[in-house]
Each structure stands twice: as C-alpha cells, then as structure tokens.
Design a protein around this ligand. Structure first.
Ligand code: NDP
Ligand code: BG6
Length: 474
C-alpha cells in the first residue's frame, strides 16, 4: 500500500486514467478550465477500438470553445491525452495499460495514478481487481474514483465494498456523487450554519416540509440498457437527492474536515426510517401527445414489458428531535417538461388572527439551471393601505456574482480527489446507511410484479403526475 495515500496533493507528476472513456459520462462531463496541473497526463481506456486521432477528435467535440483563447487551451489539453483500448476482464489488456502508463510516465521516480471508473457498475469489481493486480505502481500514490450507483441494494453495495477492501484502502477510494460538487449543494452547510436566522428556525417547530426535486426534459435516450436495470430511484434518488437531503437535515459538524462532516451525515441517515410503499408514487413516461417524443418502452434497449420507474415521488421521515413529523419529499423524473433541480423549505403558516390566507414563507435553493436562492415572504404593498403582498428576497447568482465562474461539479470533485480531500465523497458507512433506507422499498417494487408504474406523457409537469395519484404531496 502506498504511504500517506490519504491527503497528499497530487500535482504535475500524475496520470489520470479514465476507464469507460468512450461513454456518455465522459462525453457530457468533460471540461477544460485550466484548473488541472499543467503537466498532468490523461489516458482514456475502453473496449471501443479507436486510434489516437479519432479519440482526440471525440474529446474535442465534447468541449465547447467559443473563443480563440479557448481553442488554444483545448489544443494544449488534447496534447495531454492519449487512448488505449482493452477489455475489462483480461489481464493482458491491463498489462497493456500498464505499459502505456509507463510509456507516458517516462522516467518519473514516482508513479502517481488516479483511476476513474466511468463505467457501468456491473464491471466495477473486475476492473478494480485488474487495476490492483496489473497497474498499481510500486512507488507513488494511487487513487480509485468510483462512480455511482454503488450497488443495487444493501447486499450488493456491501459486496462491492468487500471486493474493494482487500485491494484499496478507504483513503484511496473516492466514491463520487457529482451532486456533492454542485455549487448550490456545497452552499447548503454555509447557508444553514453561517446564518443565525436560518439556524434558529431550522426545525420541526417552524418548518412544515422539505422538498428536493429533480426534473429532466429528456428520456433515457441511448442509456436504456443501463437505466432499465436501475430505474430512477437507484439512478438519482438513493444517491444525489438523498445526499442533498442529508446536508439539509444533519446537525452542525464540529469542523469542515471530511470526517467530521461525514460523521454527521451518517448520524442523520441512521435516523431516517425505511421508506414505506404507501408514501411512494412511481411513473413511467409514454410517447408525447404530439407523437414526436418516444415513450420509454419504445427505446430498443428497453424490454417491452418493463416496469422500470422513470418518475418517483416519495416522502421520508427522520426520527429525531429536530425533524420528528416533518416530511422530506423527494421527486425525480425523466422526460418531464423542464430541466430543474430545486430545494424548497416550506415554513409553517403564521398565526392567522390578523392575517388571513397569507402564503407561507418558503426558502428556495435553485441548484440548476440559473443558480439562485430566494425567500418567498409577505410584505406591505407600498402605498396608503395595509394591503399585504407576497414577494421575494432574491439572490440570483447570475446578477449578484456575474463576474465569477461557477465550476462544474466534476471539475471541482476531480480537483478534490487530486488534493486528497474526501469531504465531498461518500464514505463506506454512509452507503450502508443510505441503502438501508431504500432497500425494502426497492425489493418491494422489484418483487411485486403487479405493481405497474403510472403512465405519464413525455413532457408532463411533475406536479400533474403527483396529482394523478391518490397520495398527495403538493
Ligand atoms: P455508458 O453506458 O456510456 O458506459 C460507459 C462505457 O462503458 C461505454 O462507453 C462502454 O465502453 C462501456 N460499457 C457500456 N456498457 C457496458 C457493459 N455492459 N459492460 C462493459 N462495459 C460497458 O455509461 P455512462 O458514461 O453514462 O456512466 C458511467 C458511470 O457514470 C455510471 O456508473 C453512471 O451511473 C455514472 N454517471 C453517469 C452520468 C451521465 O450523465 N451519463 C452522470 C453521473 C454519473 P466500451 O464499450 O468502449 O468499453
Ligand atoms: C446521473 C444519472 O447520475 O445524473 C443521469 O445517471 C442523470 O441519469 C444525471 O441524467 C444528472 O446529472 P446533472 O448534473 O445533469 O443534473
């Protein structure tokens, strides 16, 4: 095992290997913003056969370069990249990868290697074993970045942990949940704990409910094979949305150190009750009303009798003094009417004696797009009368921080992994605690063949879908 693998910052003398470099993640989330150390090298690895020119052509097509300066930066960036194809289950392929690594590293005394598994979970275990056996350097620091979903339920997640344990120390493993790298998600702890007025009201005495919603205006196009095995609950809710919920609900950490934050996250996760089927709505999209957008089951990679949910809304509860009785409502859906991820903290009604039917206060954190934080509040309408009007205190980032660039989640997290900072990565015991909340529900949905998701047309509003159900969230 490499010494001090934990928190040493990796700099120029490092190679990042992206396994699954031909895939959707690499395509959608490749960025270059000059944050990486100058001399770092990047190797793409996947089964797809491509020569160097084809790979560079693909990388270039993923990155937008609206200015000449950015075009020049892109040229420098692709100069750091190379590609090698190979299988995920054969020593020979990984021996080739090692040789390529040694070639790229030249005569460096230390080989610092970061392996990024941008792969479907089905190959995480064999790939991690082959990497350890064939590509783990004798001298230097090695890190393994693992993508979500980390398993399919509590058992498979434990199996994955067990498979990693003998080969990789917890210090070396970075389980990435890219929602933890999003600017507004990183802001949650600051908002809560650096503002007395939020701190003081952040509990069941003042808060009626908490909502975290994720909407996408596109279906599973091209990813049906992966998605059908997982569904929206495993794809987005058990990880991204639950991470957001955890940050909203946890107690103040003793410090911002990775372990102090993660200790508090685990504590609150352990207080969340397993989700009950009666508190859940599931849906699956069908063709759009104009027939232009295909339904989920029209995707060739999806079985025609699939019961896989592409929409889910559910309520969960935290059994502790702060949150007892407050519903935390999570909603996620593909093929809806818009792209939006939002947190809504709805406060309780004010005493009604002098105010009739006033809307509740609400704190809204728009995670994406157009990052913003606003508080819905009541105010006097300017003028002679005492008329009350619902208005907003608005912190829209584009206006307030117009000269600052918000980093992409992956940029920020990959830099954290190079720095050895685990604060925004998932710890092994967090995984256990989070799967415990979802596993009974997932097994119930998997096992009961008579449970069919409600159909909704492509492009529908999530609000309309929850209204279609007998269980009311809104
Ligand atoms: P892809 O389905 O695009 O797979 C990535 C690569 O893995 C493919 O290009 C393919 O490369 C190889 N691959 C695909 N299917 C199999 C298979 N059955 N067996 C072996 N290899 C296979 O996945 P994504 O890039 O979308 O996702 C990768 C990981 O990243 C997943 O864990 C996902 O949850 C996560 N993720 C994805 C996001 C996204 O927006 N796409 C966002 C956040 C996380 P080849 O055939 O060339 O070897
Ligand atoms: C991924 C899911 O984890 O997150 C995808 O696998 C989803 O299905 C994606 O589209 C959403 O990420 P973002 O950053 O675009 O909100």
């Amino acid at each position: 095992m490499a010494e001090n693998a934990g928190s040493i910052e990796l700099k120029d003398n490092t190679v990042i290997v992206v396994l699954g470099a031909s895939g959707d993640l690499a395509k959608k989330k490749t960025h270059r913003n000059q944050f990486l150390p100058n001399d770092i090298k990047i190797i793409g690895y996947a089964r797809t056969k491509m020569d160097h020119e084809e790979y560079i052509r693909r990388v270039k097509s993923y990155i937008k370069t609206p200015t000449k300066e950015m075009e020049d930066q892109l040229e420098t960036f692709v100069g750091l990249c190379s590609y090698i194809s190979g299988q995920y289950d054969q020593d020979e392929s990984f021996i080739n990868l090692r040789k390529h690594l040694e070639h790229v590293e030249g005569d460096r005394k230390e080989q610092n290697r970061v392996f990024y598994m941008a792969l479907p979970p089905s190959v995480f275990i064999p790939v991690s074993e082959h990497l350890k056996r064939n590509c783990y350097p004798k001298k230097g620091i090695t890190r393994l970045i693992v993508e979500k979903p980390f398993g399919k339920d509590l058992d498979s997640s434990r199996k994955l942990q067990k498979a990693l344990e003998p080969n990789w120390s917890e210090d070396e493993v970075f389980r990435i949940d890219h929602y933890l790298g999003k600017e507004m998600v990183k802001n949650i702890l600051i908002l809560r704990f650096a503002n007395e007025f939020f701190g003081a009201t952040w509990n069941r005495n003042h808060i009626s409910n908490v909502q975290v919603s994720f909407k996408e205006p596109f279906g599973t196009e091209g990813r049906g094979g992966y998605f059908d095995e997982f569904g929206i609950i495993r794809d987005v809710m058990q990880n991204h949305l639950l991470q957001v919920l955890t940050l909203l609900a946890m107690e103040r950490p003793i410090s911002f150190s990775a372990e102090d934050i993660r200790d508090e996250k685990v504590r609150v996760l352990r207080g969340i009750e397993a989700i009950e089927p009666k508190d859940v709505i599931i849906g699956q999209y069908k063709e759009s009303p104009d027939g232009y957008k295909p339904g989920y089951k029209q995707d060739d990679t999806v079985p025609k009798d699939s019961r896989c949910p592409t929409f889910c809304a559910l309520a969960c509860y935290i059994k502790n003094e702060r949150w007892d009785g407050v519903p935390f409502i999570l909603k996620a859906g593909k093929a809806l009417n818009e792209q939006k991820t939002e947190i809504r903290i709805q406060f309780k009604d004010v005493t009604s004696a002098i105010f009739k039917n006033r809307p509740r206060n609400e704190l809204v954190v728009r995670v994406q797009p157009n990052e913003s934080i606003y508080i819905k509040m009541n105010s006097k309408l300017p003028g002679l009368s005492m008329q009350t009007v619902a208005t907003e205190l608005d912190l829209t980032y584009r206006r307030r921080f117009s000269d600052l660039k918000i980093p992409e989640a992956y940029e920020s997290l990959i830099l954290d992994a190079l720095k050895g900072d685990h604060s925004n990565f998932v710890r092994d015991d967090e995984l256990d605690a989070s799967w415990r909340i979802f596993t009974p529900l997932l097994h119930y949905l998997d096992d009961n063949k008579e449970i069919i998701p409600m159909e909704y047309p492509y492009g529908r509003q999530s609000h309309d879908i929850t209204k279609m159900s007998v269980f009311k969230f809104d």
